[in-house]
Write a protein that binds this ligand. Sequence first.
Ligand code: PHE
Length: 479
Amino acid sequence: MKREQFSSSLGFILAAAGSAVGIGNLVAFPVMASKNGGAAFLIIYAFFVFFVCLPVMLAEMSLGRHTRQNPLGAYTEIGQNRAWRTVGWLSVITPFMIGVFYLVITVWIAGYLGKAIMGQLDQLADPNGFGVFINSNELFAYMALVVGLTFLILQGGVKKGIEKATTVLMPLLFVMLIALVIYVLTLENAMLGVKFFLVPDFSKITGQVLNGALAQAFFSLSLAMGILITYGSYIQKNNNIVSAGKMVAGLSLLVACCSGLLILPAAFSFNPDIEISELSESSIGMIFMFLPKIFLALQADIGYFGASFIASFFFLLVFFAAMTSLVSIIEVPVASIMDGKGLSRRKALYSLGAAMVVLAVISALSFGRIDWLSNILSYGGNTKSFFDLIYDMFYETILPLNGLLLCLFVIYRWKKHNLDAEMSQGNASFAGSFLQKYVNFSLGTFIPVILAIIFINTVLTIYFGYNMLTVFFSSIGFN
Ligand code: PHE
């Protein structure tokens, strides 16, 4: 069977941007930036996006387009030995497991969207509301809805499913985001938030912040999850991978910045005297606990319907962003089964989906509903739930490891000249350019070193409660 393709470069860019733009950009980024020096964080983050993440992104896309394979197939074909095949397995299992936790979060967002549409803002803003919702039976109705929608999109295949959905949802998402930013900026005291977001405070930048910024940039661009290898395998040979990669990185960064201009002004208009420590630590806390309070407070100004409308609009935006990311991550194992076992898309989707739903249900039950699932293991001084376990193992630990292995694979196994040849297809002026030299050099030297440090530090921190980076930075007098 001939491999499906995106119909154009734009189709690919929107699909890849759909994958990249997710909860990470819309919520995690503004939270991190606000806590860690505002524009100072933004500058560092942008630097990481273009100088560390972009080369990895180009390598993934090139590997995919060259082999016309899913990650397992790509590693097997070029690696030619069992060790690389194992790495291939890792890069299919990782997105599968990250897909499970992302599915659970998308279901929560769908639930909040549903409640906002029904005008139940007081329930959402209730301090116990979130805990009650994630342990309710209602949750499973939303899970059925999200799974159904995801299947519907993926069943359509590359062009009629993924590309079609993202070419509708992404432009809509951009327009909605801009509309919300404009609205929020007209609120009283909004400028305090803008100032807070845009005034740099370099004293906040510590070793730990640098580590967090890089990990966030990596996750936010959907790297090391096999997604861009898989989507890359659907790019036409005459499309320009390099300019597409730059567009995707740029769009993802742009959305992150706009989102900062949305969330911080909203927080300050809600309470001009807000202390940064009062903003929630995590993106989960931000979307599901802090922002609902703002929507509820809005009722006093614009009434019940107005506030419910704005809340629904916001959750719809986040829901679109989450759906396009979820679709991209599930496509990886689906493509692997289709390529590897020769199954039809439908069969691959159903067998995989069933396994995924089982794991997602188990995760959803691990927030207190079933005791042993909620306290499944203890390590690094903390007791972890099944959901935490997936998050720690695959997102925190294996993701940087996959990135590291990918760099080594592309440069030392596949070889630089093959990477160059692939990147130069559809891009005549690329050979000999600065970017070409930079990509080759960085992927073979400092990027894998940085990823190795992040990997080792994560393992020590999470599983042994010992933060190597903090110890190192404080020993050289840099906290
Ligand atoms: N880029 C996504 C985000 O920012 C992360 C992601 C992509 C997660 C794809 C899962 C699947 O939220």
